[in-house]
Design a binder for this molecule. Sequence first.
Ligand code: TYD
Ligand code: MG
Length: 471
Amino acid sequence: MARAHSHFVCQSCGAVYPKWAGRCEACGGWNSLVEEAVSQSAPKGLGAGKAKKLAFAGLEGGGAAAPRRLTGIAEFDRVCGGGLVPGTALLVGGDPGIGKSTLLLQIVAALASGKNGRPLACLYVSGEESLDQVRLRAARLAVAGSPVMLATATSVRDIAASLDGKDAPQIVVIDSIQTLYVDSIEAAPGTVSQVRASAQELIRLAKERGFTLFLVGHVTKEGMIAGPRVLEHMVDTVLYFEGDRGHQFRILRAVKNRFGPTDEIGVFEMTDRGLAEVANPSALFLAERQSPVSGTAVFAGMEGTRPVLVEIEALVAPSLLGTPRRAVVGWDGNRLAMILAVLEARCGVAIGARDVYLNVAGGLRIAEPAADLAVAAALLSALSQEPVPDKTVVFGEIGLSGEVRPVGQAEARLREAAKLGFANAFTPPRKGGDAGLRLAEIRHLRQLAARFLDRTAAAAALGPAGRRQAR
Ligand code: TYD
Ligand code: MG
């Protein structure tokens, strides 16, 4: 067979080009195209093979669904929708060093020792670390006694051959997919074609033999190692393990799940003996909170089905630059721009010309619009140097006209706040219970602004429009 020619594949999105280019047209990434050999023969078209007629099936029928496999690590079981489904593939993505290997070793150790039900045969394949390194970690995690089968391998052919037979594993962990290679493809391990081919083969085996497959994937910013993005379509569940390496909190988030909800998070804490579950994240996120200081507000948020209280910090400072700085950590920068504009245009609060810094404490990332009102409260408090009243939680969505809109699950948010000792809440107009808190219903952002910027402070902080309204 003549040697196949090569093409160029973007290592971050998988787009294919006949010629090299500095920038990928599809994803906009720079320097991400790498030459790869075109795999074996060209497709033959429909003329060649013999077709087999499909046997159609109905929606009903089939055997009872196999029971889900629970790890007993509650934070993990909830994120994957109530346990692992046999014959499915999960991708666990995350930055290097965030704790993926640690988490998966703890999971297989729990499953293998039958911490929660029947012990399962678990195989942990490491392509990155030596057996001794994995054993050292197991000792550190105090799971060395668990009957996990351990192997170091990078050849998919060898791994596939070991997944057969009567002692075939029910749980297989591949750490990481970027180290594997299929020997029929001429490309280095970690390139898109290798990653895709390796994953395809293993996922096919998982479906055929009914084991649950975990694939670990690194995400790199440079795009030199294939990000697991091309894999997201192939697997059933995508979990991202995220967190700030400066903080010990780690958040496991489902971004795709064919067998469960996608907005659940699991919260862990990295300790010197591995990852510990955090059953009450609110208490953790608020642990460092001091008695009321200006520029902070506690947001009563929801992560999936669970209420999570988290502190939002803001700093407003005079700007020395023509274009004031906006720095946001843990929230959406566009959303911040919108709230600043609403404060300026609808409430007459002159904040636009100042530098604004916003931070969500604890390394959590918030995506809910319900955080708008809490962000506004933190900003107003920073601007006026007036603390948000003690023991107060805030939530509500802000519209472009400045009106405050109701948000979902208000009751659950208030109950969580009450449980943690909060006594007051700034909420959107609402019907229903107050969970024992004293509620201040905010209909328009102007009402919130008025609580912070009284008439004397108004002279300094309010623009001309605000001064008119304050009068
Ligand atoms: P690791 O699971 O190797 O990360 P990944 O597989 O995502 O690259 O975790 C590495 C980090 O976790 C490392 O910086 C050390 C830290 N760590 C602890 O703090 N405590 C522990 O018990 C373990 C095993 C690791
Ligand atoms: Mg690792």
